[in-house]
Design a protein around this ligand. Structure first.
Ligand code: SF4
Length: 341
């Protein structure tokens, strides 16, 4: 049980090294793994360990194969180079249209709200993203707002990053107020892992702000494994839904984390039992340093078939892959044995 503190303090006291993380979860030092070098050697940019105690408390002590630990512990496998894996796997830099704005899809633009996250996921497709060079400056969103003002075809803004909910409620309110003044904007989508990793981020002030917005506001969280959905995570999401904010979940299919049908069935069941809609199951974006997380597409297709046979249709996420340059994510089609899709 972790002593409850504000989300800001939870960020401050997060574990910041692989060796410290092993110690915190009750694992002995591993001389074969230079954990602190692992994150550095994977790419040109450091991607250091960052893990809040609230998340670590859900890891089974002493279990090196724990699926939550696997997502955050740097390992020397990150140094494996493989053809097809690179620094910008989904072509973000080609979609950078203005400082801090990606405009990839019709009618939607994404603001790189901040470079900061509440956790560092070792498979993250933006683990090497050059936020500073791309113009993502927390608290200076003017160029992003100007771009959206000048493009009347944009009806939806996605706040992403990094994690937009590492921004204070006050700063977020400033950004939302500026966006609400843009008449052609209809929807706001917030992509955040914070409600999962530091559930106390769902403050009363945040709920008031989101529920009183002129914009139809949607929350998209990111959970990959049922053990991530602690009681406090689910109660925060319940409060958000009660406040009128629809909540969707996206997951990444990850080897050794959720590549068994039973795991994803349990995750999706838990989500819909708490009124959260499973949205996407992403095939891994082939980012350098994450080769050891990749699951064959055939395995993913079989898992989706199993989900379909066990769960109602609305509980089955869309299995998708993002291809650089495509105008939308590409669904990975699966077929049942009687041939219907
Ligand atoms: S929270 Fe999201 S953006 Fe941040 S490291 Fe994890 S996957 Fe990447």
């Amino acid at each position: 049980m972790v002593e409850p503190v504000s989300w800001q303090l939870a960020m401050k006291r997060a574990i910041r090294s692989g060796s410290e993380l092993r110690k915190t979860v009750g694992l002995p030092p591993d001389p074969a793994e230079d954990l602190d070098a692992a994150g550095k050697l994977a790419g040109e940019r450091d991607f250091p360990t960052f893990a809040p105690l609230e998340y670590i408390s859900r890891i089974r002590p002493g279990d090196a194969e724990d699926p939550l630990l696997r997502q955050i512990l740097p390992v020397t496998d990150e140094q494996t180079e493989k053809a097809g894996f690179g620094a910008d796997p989904v072509g973000d830099l080609n979609s950078l249209v203005s400082p801090g704005v990606l405009h990839k899809y019709e009618g939607r633009a994404l603001i790189l709200t901040t470079a900061a996250c509440g956790i560092h996921c070792r498979y993250c497709f933006r683990r090497e993203f050059p936020y500073r060079e791309a113009g993502s400056r927390q608290n200076d969103w003017l160029p992003s707002i100007e771009y959206i003002e000048q493009h009347p075809d944009i009806e939806e803004v996605i706040l992403s990053g990094g994690d937009p909910l590492t921004t204070s409620d006050e700063k977020l309110q400033e950004l939302m107020s500026a966006l609400e003044k843009i008449h052609h904007l209809k929807r706001l989508r917030i992509h955040s892992r914070m409600p999962v990793v530091i559930p106390q981020r769902v403050t009363g002030q945040l709920l008031d702000m989101l529920s009183s917005s002129r914009l139809a506001t949607w929350m998209v969280i990111h959970a990959n494994h049922p053990h991530e959905l602690s009681d406090s995570v689910l109660s925060g999401m319940g409060a958000m839904i009660d406040a009128g904010i629809p909540v969707l979940n996206q997951s990444v299919l990850l080897r050794g984390v959720n590549d068994r049908s039973e795991t994803l069935i349990e995750l999706c069941r838990l989500l819909v039992n708490h009124r959260i809609q499973p949205y996407y199951l992403h095939q891994l974006d082939r980012v350098r340093g994450a080769t050891h997380f990749e699951v064959p597409i055939e395995t993913g297709m079989k898992i989706i078939e199993d989900l379909r046979s066990e769960l109602p249709g609305f509980a089955v996420p869309q299995y998708v892959v993002e291809k650089p340059g495509e105008k939308s994510k590409s669904p990975i089609q699966t077929f049942t044995t009687n041939g219907s899709s």
